[in-house]
Design a protein around this ligand. Structure first.
Ligand SMILES: C[S@@+](CC[C@H](N)C(=O)[O-])C[C@H]1O[C@@H](n2cnc3c(N)ncnc32)[C@H](O)[C@@H]1O
Length: 413
């Protein structure tokens, strides 16, 4: 089987995970920057290392770290919010300009009155009066209006500040990725200061930007929206050109694991991004598939066991693994000979059966001209994901998720 080693030096218990632009915006199941940093440092392939690829970039942690390390990066994600955040995090905006626009917005906030709000049509946001107070909606709309007067090339810095508060100022329960409304007691006490939150976050992000600008070494990141489950566009990435992949893929479909679509729906609806309402169906494993398109020796026993316990859950797992397999198959030809692949994966439980996704990852890459080097087991003390998830998608029924993750390291033959 594929060798695993436990290594506590990857835990980063006390690390500051909010350095540089990593402080910009929360995102479900973010990778810890220190993990991406150490992977790039310890597993940079010998010879040239000009291009890092992340096929599930989320908020862009590995892209930021690549650029800081002097490596260009390409990342893709089919969640528009992820692309907005990642694009902003890798941009070296002029900090003085940003400072000036923060002050301008702060001043204009003082003169706010409802009559100044131009767009009072919130029909793009499903059930908006259930999720927001009228006052909050008007203030968010006013901020949006002010941002739209800022030069285009700077706006994304402010859009992601707005994006975070669009979610935080809604009646959604804190600390959950799914859309659950606060209870009546919480609602009574809830009165967010929209403008203050906006300015506080903008100032926090400005500090991160200043740190990031100190490491400006003329590298760049390209943010894409292609889906590697179907193909990798050759006009964006040339075959045999990727030196290193550093990524943390989902560990199952979004509906029964981490709800990226639900978490992002606030912002995706606010900004009228495509597929805001059905994103979870489009992410890996989102479409129903009945039969496995792959063969496996490493997780066969587990899959058979799940099938005997619950056929519906089996088909959900298969749908994810089919997509995951196709994605690896499509990505493989784009990694150069001697290039490294680092997949940070989670081994989730389905019906009490743990699926060793690290084995499946190594096995699948080996089918496509890779050699497994090692798998590092790390504790996840501060990965930002729920410690419990709903295995059945029914409110209230929860199980423990993993407290370890598996860093699978492979090299291209
Ligand atoms: C674990 S998160 C990545 C987190 C990221 N490493 C970070 O630090 O923010 C997995 C990401 O995979 C994305 N995803 C799921 N299916 C995808 C697909 N078929 N193609 C591209 N991205 C996908 C989700 O939208 C999510 O952002």
């Amino acid at each position: 089987m594929y060798k695993r080693v436990i290594d506590n030096s990857w835990d980063f218990h006390t690390a500051d995970t909010k350095q540089y632009t990593h402080c910009y915006h929360a995102y479900p199941a973010m990778m810890i920057p220190q993990v991406a940093r150490k992977l790039i440092k310890d597993y940079k392939p010998s010879g040239k290392c000009n291009l890092l690829f992340d096929p599930y970039m989320g908020s862009g942690t590995s892209l930021v770290e690549a650029n800081i390390a002097g490596i260009n990066a390409i990342g893709t994600d089919i969640n528009p919010l992820a692309r907005l955040i990642a694009a902003s995090k890798v941009t070296h905006y002029n900090a003085t300009d940003i400072e000036r626009y923060i002050s301008d917005i702060q001043l204009l906030n003082l003169t706010f009155n409802k009559e100044l709000v131009k767009n009072k049509d919130f029909s793009r946001i499903s059930n908006y009066s259930f999720w927001y107070s009228e006052d909050v909606l008007l203030k968010l709309s006013y901020l949006h209006q002010l941002i739209d007067t800022i030069p285009q090339e700077i706006r994304s810095f402010f859009y992601i500040v707005l994006s975070e508060i669009v979610r935080e100022c809604s009646f959604t329960r804190n600390g959950e990725f799914k859309r659950f409304k606060m209870n009546s007691k919480q609602l009574e006490k809830f009165s967010p200061d929209v403008f203050m939150l906006f300015i506080t976050k903008a100032e926090r992000n400005l500090q991160g930007l200043k740190q990031f600008n100190c490491c400006n070494n003329n590298t760049f990141s390209t943010i894409c929206d292609f889906n590697t489950v179907y193909s990798v566009p050759k006009d964006i990435i040339k075959p045999n050109s990727i030196d290193i992949i550093v990524t943390s893929p989902p560990y199952g479909d979004s509906r029964t694991t981490v709800a990226y679509g639900q978490y992002s729906r606030w912002a995706n609806e606010w900004f009228r991004f495509e597929n805001a309402k059905n994103l979870d169906n489009l992410l890996m494993g989102g479409m129903r598939q009945l039969n496995a398109k792959f063969t496996t020796n490493t997780i066969n026993k587990e899959l058979e066991l799940i099938r005997t316990l619950d056929n519906k859950r089996y088909t959900e797992v298969i749908a994810f693994l089919n997509d995951y397999h196709d994605s690896i198959k499509n990505i493989s030809p784009f990694v150069r000979k001697g290039g490294r692949v680092c997949y940070v994966v989670g081994n989730r439980n389905v019906k009490g059966v743990q699926i060793p996704l690290d084995y499946f990852t190594a096995e699948t890459f080996e089918k496509y001209e890779f050699k497994h080097e090692q798998t590092i087991i790390r504790n996840i003390p501060n990965k930002r994901m729920p410690s419990k998830t709903s295995p059945t998608n029914k409110t209230g029924i929860k199980i423990d998720t993993m407290s370890n993750e598996y860093i699978v390291i492979m090299s291209k033959l």
